[in-house]
Design a protein around this ligand. Structure first.
Ligand SMILES: NCCCN[C@H]1CC[C@H](N)CC1
Length: 290
C-alpha cells in the first residue's frame, strides 16, 4: 500500500514542520470544537491529531502523561481530590489512578469526540475512565472552575492542547485565579507549558501570571519526540499554605499501587522527577524568575 508522509506545520512553530509516515488513516471527524484524526504511523504506533497538531502517539505518550501526573502528585503527601482540565484521551486519568490515596477525580473535557475516539482507538489510555473514582464533566473548564467549591482540590492538572482554539482561555489570568481558588492551601497545579525552544514568550507570560496568583512557581520539562522541538514543559505551582518542595517527592512513586491492568511505569521515576526541574542557562536568562 502506498504510504505517505503527513506534515505538521503550524503558526505555533513557524518555519519548521514535523512529519510522520502514515500507514493508514483510522478516523477523520469534525467535532463542534476541532478536527479530530487518528492514523496508524509506521514508527510511533497510533497517533491522535487535533486541528493538525499531534496530541499523542502510542510510543511516546508515557513521557507526557506520567510526568504531568506524577510531578504534582508525588510532591504532596497523600493527594485525595484531583481535577483534570482537558485530558479527554484518558491517559492522565490512568496515571492518577495509580495513587491509592486519591479518593475523587473530576475531569472536565470540552470535546466528547476526543473521549469517544480515545475509547475506540487508544484503549490503553481510555482505561483511565474505568476507575470508579473518576467523575466526567463534558464542558468548558472555565465555567466548571468558576463554579468549583473553594479549596476543594489537592491537585489540579491542566492537560490542555495549544492555546490556539478551544484551549485559548486556559492561559489567561482569570482562569489561573479560579484554579488558585479551587485548590486547598498547599495544593498544587501542574499546567502544560509548551516548549522552551519555541515558546519562551508564552512561558514568560504564564509565569508572570502564575507569580501573581500562586506562592511558588517552577518550570519542569520532559522529552516527547513527536512534539515540536521534541520537548514539552510544565508549570508546577503551589498555593499559600503548607510548603511544597517539588524537588523532594514526599510521595515517591515506588510506594504507588499499580493499575488493575498491571501497566508498569515506562518513563517516570524519582531521578526523572528531579532531573525535570534542571533548566538550561538560556531558559533561566530568557525567562525571568526561573
Ligand atoms: N493529552 C495529550 C496531550 C495534550 N497536550 C498538548 C498536545 C499538543 C502539544 N503541542 C502541546 C501539549
Amino acid at each position: 500500500k502506498a504510504s505517505k508522509f503527513v506534515y505538521f506545520n503550524n503558526p505555533m512553530w513557524p518555519g519548521e514542520a514535523h512529519s510522520l509516515l502514515v500507514e493508514n488513516i483510522l478516523f477523520k471527524g469534525k467535532s463542534e470544537y476541532q478536527e479530530v484524526m487518528v492514523f496508524e504511523s509506521a514508527s510511533y504506533g497510533k497517533v491522535l491529531v487535533l486541528d493538525g497538531i499531534v496530541q499523542l502517539t502510542e510510543k511516546d505518550e508515557c513521557a507526557y502523561q506520567e510526568m504531568i501526573a506524577h510531578l504534582p502528585l508525588c510532591s504532596i503527601p497523600s493527594p485525595k481530590t484531583v481535577l483534570v482540565v482537558g485530558g479527554g484521551d484518558g491517559g492522565v486519568l490512568r496515571e492518577i489512578s495509580r495513587h491509592d490515596s486519591v479518593e475523587h477525580i473530576d475531569i472536565c473535557e470540552i470535546d466528547e469526540m476526543v473521549i469517544n475516539v480515545s475509547k475506540q482507538f487508544f484503549p490503553q489510555l481510555a482505561v483511565g475512565f474505568e476507575d470508579p473514582r473518576v467523575h466526567l464533566h463534558v464542558g468548558d473548564a472555565v465555567e466548571f472552575l468558576r463554579n468549583a467549591k473553594q479549596g476543594k482540590y489537592d491537585a489540579i492538572i491542566v492537560d490542555s492542547s495549544d492555546p490556539v482554539g478551544p484551549a485559548q482561555e486556559l492561559v489567561e489570568m482569570p482562569f489561573f485565579q479560579t484554579i488558585a481558588r479551587a485548590l486547598r492551601p498547599g495544593g498544587v497545579l501542574c499546567n502544560m507549558a509548551e516548549s522552551m525552544w519555541l515558546h519562551t514568550h508564552l512561558i514568560q507570560d504564564m509565569i508572570s501570571i502564575c507569580r501573581q496568583t500562586f506562592k511558588d512557581v517552577h518550570y519542569a520539562w520532559t522529552s516527547v519526540p513527536t512534539y515540536p522541538s521534541g520537548v514539552i514543559g510544565f508549570l508546577l505551582c503551589s498555593t499559600e499554605g503548607p510548603t511544597v518542595d517539588f524537588r523532594n517527592p514526599v510521595n515517591p512513586i515506588e510506594k504507588l499501587g499499580h493499575l488493575k491492568s498491571k501497566r508498569e511505569l515506562k518513563f517516570y521515576n524519582s531521578e526523572m522527577h528531579l532531573a525535570a526541574f534542571a533548566l538550561p542557562s538560556f531558559l533561566k536568562s530568557e525567562v525571568k524568575a526561573l
